[in-house]
Design a protein. Structure first.
Length: 400
């Protein structure tokens, strides 16, 4: 395993920069700036990139085209991956000419020369949003360890509101955290060469956590890994302020700030929506939720309904199961009545949707099942006879 590269992923603002700086402080490991390689790869024609007849022309062009927003200067507004890694197109081409036409060779053309320039022998790649491309990483780097760092989503959400590329609201950030956890949970649950650690544990006892991680990586723990004053600057190549803490001594007080910074309503929304995930990762729950409810459509952006969802959570209703066979005692309908359970616009489906919704209302009345209807605003209007009929039908269940 000692020669296999390492990937660090996680929801942004979870401590990926600190962790990568710690590994980069090891005598054998290097870690440069984020590459966003797999995100950019998603939009490309894979076969053209590795076409032997055009190798490495297309590959070099793709690498050179990867750019990022320049957060420390408006001139130029973008910065290339070559600038971040202090490489030239010639160096990329020279490297690729010696490699087989393959996707892994493209990423290696950036991170390997950087690793060698530092006199290291194993590279680490840290891009948080690669958590959305875990299957791609495993496909192209089948033997690579993938490390996930997690942090209390309430602290993550507060932090995401403070960066220029982050979330506009706390509620949007919580929903974003939930989305990323939903799509990545199964991978980390079954993948044998992945590893998860908590940011809070790393702050509380960094030596213990790094020793455990080094054992997993088949590396010797080095005391120098606790000093990130130099490597924090290397990982933060653009010198952006939100990554500066990775250069400073570890401060345990960075954890748990949410306790004094979010309102009761914000926490009710959080625990009502992702309480099962908080429990799974060992984070504290404050509220009590005796009842299970479901919402429709299930792909709805719940942060659009933040205040009213918080009101429902305050009544002890959660949107996650305690047991697999638990039945909901509440149904929450979101938005346009005509699109609640079927987004298609065909006449037959519209009629079926009205009938199903009518059945939900009758069932709620007979079985004393709680029914809530939430719209984005109290004066929201809906067009069409079907929507107007359902508007009247659901009016007694509307949350204000």
């Amino acid at each position: 395993m000692k020669s296999n590269p390492i990937f660090i992923v996680g929801v942004q603002r979870s401590g990926t920069t600190l962790l990568s700086a710690m590994l980069a402080a090891h005598s054998r490991m290097s870690c440069g700036p984020e590459t966003h390689f797999f995100q950019r790869l998603e939009a490309e024609n894979i076969f053209e990139l590795i076409d032997p007849e055009n190798w490495p022309k297309n590959a070099k062009k793709f690498i050179s085209s990867i750019t990022f927003t320049n957060y420390i200067s408006d001139n130029p507004p973008r910065i290339s991956i070559l600038e971040k890694y202090h490489l030239t197109e010639y160096q990329i081409e020279e490297y690729l000419n010696k490699q087989r036409p393959a996707i892994d060779s493209l990423l290696c053309s950036v991170v390997e020369p950087y690793m060698r320039s530092l006199g290291k022998s194993r590279w680490v790649e840290k891009t948080p949003d690669h958590i959305q491309y875990l299957e791609k990483i495993r496909k192209y780097f089948p033997d690579s360890p993938i490390i996930r760092i997690i942090r209390d989503p309430r602290d993550v959400s507060l932090s995401l509101m403070k960066v220029p590329w982050g979330a506009k609201t706390y509620y949007e950030a919580i929903c974003y955290w939930k989305f990323l956890d939903d799509i990545s949970y199964e991978f980390f649950n079954v993948d044998q060469n992945s590893y998860t650690l908590r940011y809070e544990d790393l702050l509380e006892n960094p030596e213990r956590e790094l020793r455990k991680l080094c054992f997993f990586l088949d590396e010797d723990y080095e005391e120098g890994m606790l000093d990130t004053s130099t490597t924090g600057k290397l990982v933060n190549s653009q010198n952006v302020p939100w990554k500066k803490k990775a250069e400073r001594p570890i401060d345990k007080n960075r954890a748990g700030g949410w306790r004094n910074q979010i309102s009761t309503e914000m926490n009710q929304f959080t625990e009502g929506l992702i309480g099962d995930k908080l429990i799974r990762y060992g984070y504290p729950m404050i509220e009590n939720f005796p009842h299970f409810g479901e919402y429709y459509p299930q792909k709805s952006p719940l942060h659009f309904y933040e205040t009213k969802i918080s009101k429902i959570a305050a009544e002890g209703i959660r949107f996650w199961k305690i047991t697999s066979n638990e039945k909901p005692i509440a149904t929450v309908l979101l938005g346009d009545p005509m699109k609640l359970k079927n987004q298609e616009d065909k006449t037959l489906n519209r009629i079926r949707n009205i009938w199903n919704l009518f059945g939900d209302v009758i069932q709620a009345m007979i079985m004393r099942k709680r029914l809530f209807w939430i719209t984005i605003s109290d004066d929201q209007r809906f067009n069409g006879l079907g929507s107007k009929f359902l508007n009247i039908l659901l009016k007694p269940f509307k949350v204000h």
